[in-house]
Unconditional design. Structure first.
Length: 131
């Protein structure tokens, strides 16, 4: 019969998928650092073009901060003045295992933001976990 090889392939796929699932589950159970948590931080800021770079350049620099996954501009939040922009950003980042949000913000994210030339922080909302 011709259906035998197809059935074997399906079985193999399912078996390897199952093995993969078991492996992942075991890894998560054994290794707490495997647990990833995603957060969003909303922030009001200004970008001064005379001091730093253009808007896209500044966003790229924020994306370069460790653990930051995406940086987006909140729709309709951009105000353009002569030499600067004012806007709201959503900065998404990932933490592993039991890494503390406060520790990450204090030791990595905020110092990283402060280093960016021309970026001024107006206000920061409490980070929210993304489920």
């Amino acid at each position: 019969s011709n259906s035998r090889p197809i059935k074997d392939t399906v079985m193999k796929l399912t078996k390897s998928k199952l093995t993969e699932m078991i492996r992942t589950t075991l890894k998560e159970a054994v290794d707490p650092s495997y647990n990833q948590r995603y957060y969003n931080l909303a922030m009001g800021c200004t970008i001064d073009r005379r001091v730093g770079g253009e808007r896209e350049e500044t966003l790229r620099e924020i994306r370069g901060i460790p653990n930051v996954t995406t940086v987006s501009v909140e729709e309709g939040s951009v105000r353009k003045y002569e030499n600067r922009y004012k806007m709201r950003l959503n900065i998404k980042y990932v933490l592993l295992g039991t890494e503390s949000v406060k520790k990450y913000l204090d030791s990595t994210l905020f110092p990283g933001l402060r280093k960016i030339k021309g970026l001024g922080i107006i206000d920061v909302r409490m980070p929210t976990e993304i489920k």
